[in-house]
Design a protein around this ligand. Structure first.
Ligand SMILES: [Zn+2]
Length: 663
């Protein structure tokens, strides 16, 4: 399966990054020309322009200055580059905040922000929507036929929420549309608890401020509403672009690693392309394997949002200034992190930033061109070396990832767990658990998709759904149908406790998955930090910690049992034959050896073949392609030479690409 390239008629891996020529307007004759020379020298074929440029484009209300951008777009076209052209809504001009204070966001304590920071606009403000729509229309009309126009970059890193009266009113409307009656809302929120019953829609207040209630139902609905606000704001921004430039795809740069404020699976439904900003926290020489694994996880999650190739919209060629310790990339790491993104489905390698800004909050953030200004830097040479290599990789553009196993990570399940009072309140460890289940596959070179609980399971032979605490509408049916027709399911503790409204399932956990899993969970024990129990399985004893469920077999076969405490000897690992398939249940939190051994067995049962027989620790293998043309990536995240069977030795931090006609 091949997907079209991000920029149609430009079938190359995009290489480039954020470029802010408006910061150098006074020096444009010297700097802009030099930038073009340097970009070509570095093998750069795309630059992202217009991000945060609103004041440069509209210095006073209704007075537009597009001439500088015309010149930049012409320069890009003349130099064979394509433009990722941004809409400027990521930061407003000061005149707008002054004249229309409603555009400024209000925090949970009901205080309105002052002007100054980026990203703090209200998501409902009719004025802000009108202003963004107007400037986006002008941009689209002006550059619709420009040969540099490649991709629209909408705003920047959408995040946060707004609690102003306009947003409150929209929240109430959202709830009216959803529940229709107050009776239905009160039941979903279980509002009789603490006298929380709502008797008039106007009594509803967004959660989070001082003295705000603790009802999980309203918190979850607020997060869902906020995601819908971003979807709606994005659609308002893209409406004129879709009308005027229907052929140009729209994307917005997500923050897949570490940000959970928006349900990105829902947001991705309205994006033409997914793109994201990746800033791995590389260490010195040791310890990069774990950073590599977590970065792979975030790339896989990004690709899985639409289950097709994505753009790496930002990455750093050197030190990331906003990290507590802004460490330089060790030699080789720039090439490795860039090829790693391609390995997991990226069709671009882009940076923040091309030329280092002379002042401002990110003046010390790594860039292709440093303050020194020439091509004679280590970082520039690293970028140019990559640029040269990317020119030989056109065949990779659009290649699919042939994953036959899926691991579930669901933003809404995470929210429900975060708000649940019980188990481990300070940190439920949900995403960390998902990453722990990801690790054995990464270590062995078996590709995985990361999906949420609403996705189709048709293409998979194995589905892993850790801590599926909340069963969203239809999820239990989809999962059960998948097992019934021959799929292999792995489920864990803390599954099937609540429905989509966070109301507990009555009649025993794991709720509607009881029959599929063939168990009943009676209680769950939380362990203090440092406390452990064990799972006895296959003649070995494995560490169990944090959460241990007390379960009973209800048709499932008992494979392993607890080694300690008052529930020693009771079931801890089960498998249930259901229809044509099997459903495994791991009743306690485990890691390391257990998950390695367990998934070695399960992977074989599901017919998943590792790309290499035995990968050394810290070496990862990934694949893209199909139809007898596969690109296999071998990546060494250690600072030592490594040996993989049938391959020449891998140098420290080497990223190798091998073409194969079959897997
Ligand atoms: Zn607002």
């Amino acid at each position: 399966m091949k997907y079209p390239p991000p920029v149609k008629k430009f079938p190359h891996i995009l290489h480039g990054g954020d470029y802010n020529p408006e910061q150098w307007l006074k020096w444009k004759d010297k700097i802009w020309k030099e930038d073009m020379r340097l970009a070509k020298l570095a093998g750069i074929n795309t630059l992202s322009v217009g991000i945060f440029s609103w004041t440069a484009l509209e210095p006073e209300e209704g007075q537009y200055r597009f001439e500088w951008l015309d010149e930049v777009m012409d320069l890009l076209a003349e130099n064979g580059m394509t433009a990722v052209l941004a809409t400027p809504s990521g930061a407003r001009p000061a005149w707008m905040s002054r004249k229309y204070p409603e555009v400024l966001r209000v925090n949970a304590s009901r205080q309105r922000n002052i002007h100054g920071d980026r990203h703090n606009h209200c998501l409902s403000s009719p004025v802000y929507r009108e202003k963004t729509s107007a400037i986006n229309s002008l941009l689209a009309r002006r550059y619709r036929d420009h040969r540099a126009l490649g991709v629209w970059h909408i705003s920047n890193e959408y995040s946060g929420d707004c609690h102003c009266p306009l947003c409150q009113a929209k929240f109430r409307q959202y709830l009216k549309d959803k529940y229709k009656t107050l009776d239905a809302l009160n039941e979903a929120w279980w509002s009789a608890f603490w006298s929380g019953t709502i008797t008039d829609w106007d009594q509803i207040e967004s959660p989070g401020g001082p003295g705000s209630g603790g009802h999980n139902g309203i918190k979850l609905d607020w997060r869902r509403f906020t995601t819908e606000q971003f979807v709606d704001f994005y659609l308002n921004e893209t409406a004129p672009l879709k009308k005027i430039t229907p052929e140009t795809p729209c994307t917005t740069n997500l923050m897949t690693a570490g940000f959970s404020g928006i349900d990105y699976f829902r947001f991705a439904e309205v994006l033409d392309l997914v793109s994201w900003d990746s800033y791995p926290r590389w260490t010195s020489a040791e310890g990069n394997a774990e950073v590599g694994l977590r970065t792979s996880y975030a790339h896989d999650l990004t690709r899985s949002l639409k289950r097709r190739p994505f753009m790496l919209m930002e990455s750093c060629p050197s030190a990331t200034n906003w990290r507590a310790v802004a460490k330089l990339h060790r030699p080789g790491l720039h090439m490795l992190q860039s090829i790693q993104a391609l390995a997991h489905g990226a069709d671009s390698v882009q940076y923040f930033q091309f030329r280092k800004s002379r002042g401002g909050p990110e003046q010390h953030h790594g860039a292709v061109v440093d303050h020194e200004g020439s091509e004679n830097t280590r970082v520039f040479r690293d970028v140019a070396e990559l640029g040269q290599r990317l020119k030989s990789l056109d065949a990779l553009v659009g290649a699919d990832t042939p994953a036959r196993a899926a691991l579930m990570y669901d933003y809404q399940v995470r929210w429900a767990l975060d708000d649940a009072k019980g188990f481990l309140q300070e940190n439920t460890g949900y995403e960390e658990t998902v990453i722990n289940h990801y690790r054995p596959f990464w270590k062995r070179g078996i590709p995985l998709d990361l999906i949420d609980s609403r996705q189709s399971l048709d293409k998979y032979s194995l589905v892993i759904a850790p801590m599926l605490y909340m069963l969203r509408e239809g999820a239990a049916d989809r999962i059960s149908a998948f097992v019934r027709r021959g799929g292999l399911l792995v489920s864990t503790y803390a599954t099937g406790y609540v429905n989509e409204s966070t109301l507990a399932f009555l009649g025993g956990f794991p709720g509607p998955l009881k029959e599929t899993l063939g168990i009943w969970c009676e209680e769950i024990d939380a362990l203090f930090p440092g406390e452990t129990n064990s799972i006895e399985w296959n003649g070995k004893s494995y560490r169990a910690f944090d959460l241990c469920e007390l379960i009973h077999g209800r048709g499932a076969e008992i494979l392993g049992s607890y080694g300690g405490d008052f529930y020693a000897g009771s079931p801890a690992l089960t498998v249930n034959n259901y229809g044509q398939g099997k459903a495994y249940y791991i009743a306690a939190r485990t890691d390391g050896d257990f998950l390695d051994d367990f998934y070695r067995k399960i992977g074989a049962e599901a017919g998943l073949t590792p790309l290499f027989d035995d990968l050394p620790e810290g070496v990862s293998a990934q694949v893209r392609g199909g139809d007898e043309k596969y690109f296999v990536f071998l990546m060494n995240f250690t600072n030592r030479e490594q040996q993989v069977s049938g391959q020449p030795a891998l140098a420290p931090f080497e990223a190798r690409i091998i073409e194969r006609s079959s897997l």
